[in-house]
Design a protein. Structure first.
Length: 247
């Protein structure tokens, strides 16, 4: 039986064989082509998104622009409103704190003037010794008045008696009374204020020192950088005075 010759392999047969069993190089090329195709699809989608407004009419674009401008304007007004509210709250808080600080300072000042709290500060110490005569009530009152005129902020007699605006003096057997309490010589007066001004209020011609000298008393004035006044007065409630409801 004669041998049959094999038909020659055609190009189609080779292509089919290649597709059935691709080589390593062909597989790599296929993957690269797939990636390239995916990138092209993504780029097309992006271009479509970027061209969202490309097909709109001019009137439509103007309307969209007006809407965006209005939104930005409303946002700006809201920011201004919130900033105004913030500034108002800060201003009210500052004013409230300033009022509280002023009120506290006023209370502190009134407590010092009324002699209700201990105080410390620069000032002078006046020592009055009775030698050939007794210090008169008039001389002591004049001394106190001159010290007050020189802006004395606090005064204390004999380390125990605090002087206040409503204090009163009286002459009694054995000395002088201050608010009903007996003061015995020597009189030592601690005064808080400007030391130079207080000393000057004692030493001018025919002033407190010369008057006390004529009474037969010697006077020694010492300026101090700091002295303490520890004595305090009991607060006194007003009996007849009441707050005015109209104030």
């Amino acid at each position: 039986m004669p041998e049959q010759k094999e038909s020659p392999e055609t190009g189609r047969d080779r292509l089919l064989a290649t597709l059935r069993t691709p080589s390593r190089a062909q597989a790599i090329v296929g993957v690269l082509l797939a990636v390239l195709g995916f990138s092209a699809v993504v780029q097309v989608n992006n271009n479509e998104q970027d061209n969202t407004y490309a097909g709109l009419r001019e009137a439509d674009l103007i309307e969209i622009l007006d809407a965006l401008t209005g939104t930005a304007e409303r946002a700006r007004r809201e920011v201004d409103r919130l900033e105004g509210t913030r500034d108002q709250l800060q201003s009210e808080s500052t004013s409230r704190q300033a009022a509280l600080t002023a009120a506290q300072e006023r209370v502190t000042t009134l407590n010092i003037i009324a002699g209700l709290v201990p105080v410390t500060g620069p000032g002078i110490r006046v020592r009055i010794e009775e030698e050939t005569g007794a210090a008169t009530l008039v001389s002591l009152l004049d001394l106190v008045q001159e010290l007050r005129t020189a802006d004395a902020e606090a005064m204390e007699f004999n380390d125990t008696h605090r002087l206040a605006a409503q204090s009163s003096f009286d002459t009694v057997v054995g000395g002088i009374e201050l608010d009903g309490e007996l003061l015995e010589p020597p009189y030592v007066i601690d005064v808080i204020g400007d030391p130079h001004a207080l000393s000057s209020a004692m030493t001018f011609g025919d002033g407190p020192i010369e008057q006390l000298n004529r009474d037969g008393a010697s006077v020694q004035v010492t300026e101090l950088e700091s002295l303490d006044i520890e004595s305090v007065r009991d607060p006194v409630r007003p009996v007849n005075a009441e707050p005015d409801p109209g104030q």
